[in-house]
Design a protein around this ligand. Structure first.
Ligand code: G2I
Length: 355
């Protein structure tokens, strides 16, 4: 239950608002409480000053008008599902392809949505020229800085939060042996955060990972790193909890775990929520999934510094789940025909502070 009304984004006094019009082009989009229909996800989220987001693929954005109308009606935040990854942005060295990322950012601006940037430093989806380039540590450092300067700089003022570092840990809490970790050591994380902050001082900078929703070895290691970075004055502002769940398995310790990060003064966000069910999905499993959507979203929104919840897609049509987990699917709030599933109701009740 959420009886509290809490606004992270307070309406500005008129004079201040007028002064800001002059710099509107570089201002991070602000939420306007109560701006959209009250009974949509975004209406509830706007009302409490938080984000409700969806990961967006370029294909549905450019070809599926049913998808786009649900996206714009229900969500006040978008994340590029793939278009801002390094392999998409710089497929060959020095040759950039901004088209899909620009399309999403422009769409978001036109529909009063904020953008979460995803993702700057990851072990995966690296272009082959980079992965196979046999670069020295000093060359990799320079390439990483350039990638961050260029990408964050391009969207300065238009991305309210960046997943700067993605999936840096192994399950046992050791650092994942990525190209970055192996060649540059753990210091790449602080450097990446500092470079991103210099490129856009207003953007909230996140470390994002999966299987850190529970209190476990991986989240303990991240917690220790986060404390250390904050103690060193590194510009880390938030932790992204991806939350790719299996129905019935939202971790019991999730809310307490998010709270310990929030208690460090960090934002917490659910960044990639989906809840897969065994196929074909039975009515009982879909009902359980609905309860899980409510629980997972409340586990974040019930924590003091939760900035919002993003689902990893809109409808089951475009989800990554069936292609990755054989026998599972139906993980998102909408059917392939854009009917709201029980999961939608669960999510809506999780976001609506009065439900
Ligand atoms: O794997 C689920 C997510 C886990 N956390 C990080 C996220 O970035 C990740 O998203 C998924 C996308 O949903 C998939 O759509 O990341 C995958 C790998 O980047 C994405 O899949 C890739 C396919 O593997 C490629 O073959 C394809 O070219 O999508 C690419 C673009 O369609």
């Amino acid at each position: 239950m959420h009886r509290r009304r809490r606004r992270l984004f307070r309406p500005l006094p008129l004079a201040t608002a007028a002064a800001l019009v002059a710099v509107a082009a570089v201002a991070v989009p602000q939420l306007t409480p109560g701006a959209s229909a009250a009974t949509t996800l975004r209406g509830y989220a706007d009302g409490r000053g938080v984000r409700i987001g969806a990961a967006v693929g370029d294909t549905p954005l450019t070809s599926d008008s049913s998808y786009v109308s649900v996206l714009d009606r229900e969500f006040n935040s978008v994340t590029a599902e793939n278009a801002m990854k390094w392999d998409a942005l710089e497929p060959s060295r020095g040759t950039y392809n901004w088209a899909a990322a620009d399309r999403l950012v422009n769409h978001a601006v036109a529909h009063d949505q904020g953008v979460r940037g995803h993702t700057l430093v990851w072990y995966s989806q690296l272009p082959s020229w980079l992965k196979n380039g046999n670069f020295s540590a000093s060359q990799l450092n320079t390439l990483l800085k350039k990638h961050i300067d260029t990408t964050v700089g391009r969207y300065r003022g238009k991305v309210y939060a960046w997943d700067v570092v993605n999936e840096a840990f192994n399950e046992d809490g050791s650092m994942r042996g990525s190209l970055w970790q192996t060649e540059l050591g753990t210091g790449y994380i602080a450097n990446a955060l500092r470079w991103a902050h210099a490129a856009d001082p207003a953007a909230k900078l996140y470390i994002n990972d999966y299987n850190i929703e529970a209190d476990n070895a991986k989240s303990d290691a991240l917690y220790a790193l986060a404390r250390q970075l904050l103690a060193q004055g590194v510009p880390l502002h938030g932790i992204g909890f991806q939350s790719h769940f299996v129905v019935g398995q939202v971790p019991a310790s999730m809310k307490a775990n998010l709270k310990r990060f929030s208690d460090l003064g960090l934002e917490v966000s659910v960044t990639e929520l989906d809840i897969r069910v065994p196929l074909p999905a039975s009515a009982a499993e879909l009902a359980r999934q609905s309860a899980d959507y409510k629980l997972a979203s409340e586990n974040c929104l019930g924590v003091k510094r939760c900035a919002g919840v993003t689902v990893w897609g809109v409808s089951d049509t475009y989800s990554w789940v069936p292609g990755t987990f054989a026998g599972y699917g139906a993980a998102l709030p909408y059917t392939e025909h854009y009917a709201a599933k029980p999961a939608y109701t669960g999510l809506s009740n999780g976001v609506n502070p009065k439900a």
